[in-house]
Write a protein that binds this ligand. Structure first.
Ligand code: GLN
Length: 312
């Protein structure tokens, strides 16, 4: 299998696509992004990097950050986290409020907004948001081996000015006692974490610990093998909101999307993949990003549902 060739052909196919979805506009700063872009980067378990298209252009990782935030929160409170956040797919949009009332302020999973806000509350740990954000940046620098990754302050300011839904979610959970810090501080942490700007190359590098059973490529341990498997399981079942089932069906590997148009996808033991194209489908997931991963999985045979690597 010539992975470099597959990447080049995928890039050409995606660049020729006309239906690219719609760029997110509820965060005004994201609405300015040119939808004509597509990037892909694949970090393989044997240490190669294959990249193509706009793989070095920075984009707002948004909800992809929830994977790194969850990893940090589990490191702080371990399995106690599951007393405050569930592990079931929600079947609802990422910013849904209705389910929270029925479930007494316990969000379905850590990847919908409500769940990620609880995770941001845990990560705040009594500090100011800048302390928690500093910790997050250091973590992502370590994972990717790239200290240049930073927050896009314009995106953070834009979401701070318009994020009324997340404010409602946070206040609602505070009423149930499931958000413990001042909601402005929690959202400050959450919004800045979402506003991290990364390229596909940086994101694929940052995800390597999840393909390596929790190990950093430098040999250090980021999380235990069991925790890495569980994070991958959550990505597969909850990483694309109410389209998670469809993503598992079409692509067949764990993935986490963000409204900036990025997706981090993990093939355990094989590859950490980042794709990016800003146009979204109706569920808020990257249109071409999903299509590219579907095609990549088809051509490589990569799937968590098959022991064989046979493209078809
Ligand atoms: N910061 C975004 C929000 O809270 C993240 C959503 C997403 O990427 N799906 O709305």
């Amino acid at each position: 299998m010539d992975l470099g060739n597959i990447v080049n052909e995928l890039v050409a196919a995606m660049q020729a696509q006309e239906d690219r979805g719609t760029v997110a506009s509820y965060i005004p700063e994201l609405a300015k992004i040119d939808p004509g872009q597509f990037g892909i980067a694949i970090a393989t378990a044997d240490g190669r990097m294959l990249a193509g298209g706009d793989a070095d252009t920075g984009f707002s990782i948004q909800s992809v950050s929830k994977v790194f935030a969850l990893t940090l929160a589990l490191g702080k409170v371990g399995d106690q986290l599951w007393e405050r956040v569930g592990r079931e797919p929600s079947g609802n949009p990422f910013n849904s409020i209705t389910q929270l009332e029925h479930e007494q302020g316990i969000p379905r999973n850590p990847f919908i907004n409500a769940g990620a806000i609880v995770v941001a509350d845990v990560n705040l740990g009594g500090h100011q948001p800048r302390v928690a954000i500093g910790e997050m940046l250091r973590f992502v620098h370590y994972l990717s081996g790239d200290d240049s990754i930073a927050i896009d302050e314009a995106v953070a300011a834009s979401e701070t000015a318009t994020g009324f839904r997340n404010l409602a979610l946070a206040n609602y959970m505070r009423a149930f006692g499931n958000v413990r810090h001042d909601v402005d501080l929690v959202l400050g942490n959450y919004i800045h974490q979402c506003a991290m700007e990364m390229s596909c190359r940086q994101l694929a590098l940052a995800g390597r610990y999840l393909m390596l059973d929790g190990r950093h490529p430098d040999g250090g341990r980021v999380v235990s093998p069991r925790r890495a498997r569980r994070i991958n399981a959550l990505m597969l079942t909850c990483g694309h909101y109410d389209a998670s089932g469809d993503f598992a069906f079409r692509v067949g590997i764990p993935g986490k999307s963000g409204v900036g148009g990025g997706i981090l996808a993990i093939v355990p033991g094989r590859a950490s993949i980042a794709v990016w194209s800003p146009g979204l489908n109706a569920n808020g997931n990257s249109c071409l990003g999903t299509l590219a991963l579907e095609e990549l999985a088809r051509r490589t045979g990569w799937s968590v549902f098959s022991p064989l690597e046979e493209g078809d």
